[in-house]
Design a protein around this ligand. Structure first.
Ligand code: GAR
Length: 192
């Protein structure tokens, strides 16, 4: 299963996927390309460390969504990598119908809350401010509704009485780093 990762940030989840692959724990999946919409993103620096091609792709003309010529550029790059699975790991843009149709049923997203609770931006802060005692992370199939596609798997994280944003973020990221590679491995076994 050929995996392409899209991300906008530091890339700790992409790193977790690549470490799982190195350890032989990614099933029949392997990462063939990492793409980012942010020119200096940490995720792009993983390429040289793990021997995976990376590419910044200009997402213009929009700021928060992937549509128009930027969307076409991303579609072409994912096509040329012959992806069987597209993993959104901190890709901070709304995916629009053309990209969805190009890779129908093959796109998964990671979100830092127990969906359907706290979709959208700042899933960690939303949970903390709401006063819930349990939050977590979700891997789901991507649909036209933001953070609304079918849930594939989730991991729970308890919120302590003295929890801060940073302490909660650390716990959620640790849960994500275990969940996302495990889901990819499972999907690869199911596909083979
Ligand atoms: C992750 O916590 C992921 O759940 C979140 O961005 C972070 C990326 O971290 N995604 C979203 O909020 C999507 N709406 P990383 O760049 O270190 O993997």
């Amino acid at each position: 299963m050929r995996v392409v990762i899209l991300g906008s940030g530091r890339g700790s989840n992409a790193e977790a996927i690549l470490l799982a692959q190195q350890a032989g724990k990614l099933g029949h999946a392997h990462v063939v390309k990492i793409l980012s919409d942010q020119i200096g993103a940490g995720i792009l620096a993983l390429g040289s460390r793990f021997g995976v091609p990376t590419e910044y792709i200009d997402p213009a003309p929009f700021r928060t969504k992937l549509e128009g010529v930027g969307e076409d550029r991303f579609i072409a790059a994912v096509h040329s990598a012959q992806a069987d699975l597209v993993v959104l790991a901190g890709f901070m843009r709304v995916i629009k119908p053309k990209f969805l149709a190009a890779f129908s049923g093959k796109i998964i997203n990671l979100h830092p809350s127990l969906l359907p609770n706290f979709p959208g931006l700042d899933g960690i802060g939303q949970a903390l401010r709401s006063g819930v005692k349990v939050t977590g992370c979700t891997v789901h199939g991507v649909s036209a509704e933001v953070d609304g596609g079918p849930i594939i798997d989730q991991a729970k994280v308890e919120i302590a009485l003295d929890e801060t944003f940073d302490s909660l973020a650390n716990k959620i990221h640790a849960a994500e780093h275990a969940l996302l590679p495990a889901v990819i491995a499972r999907l690869s076994r199911r596909a083979s």
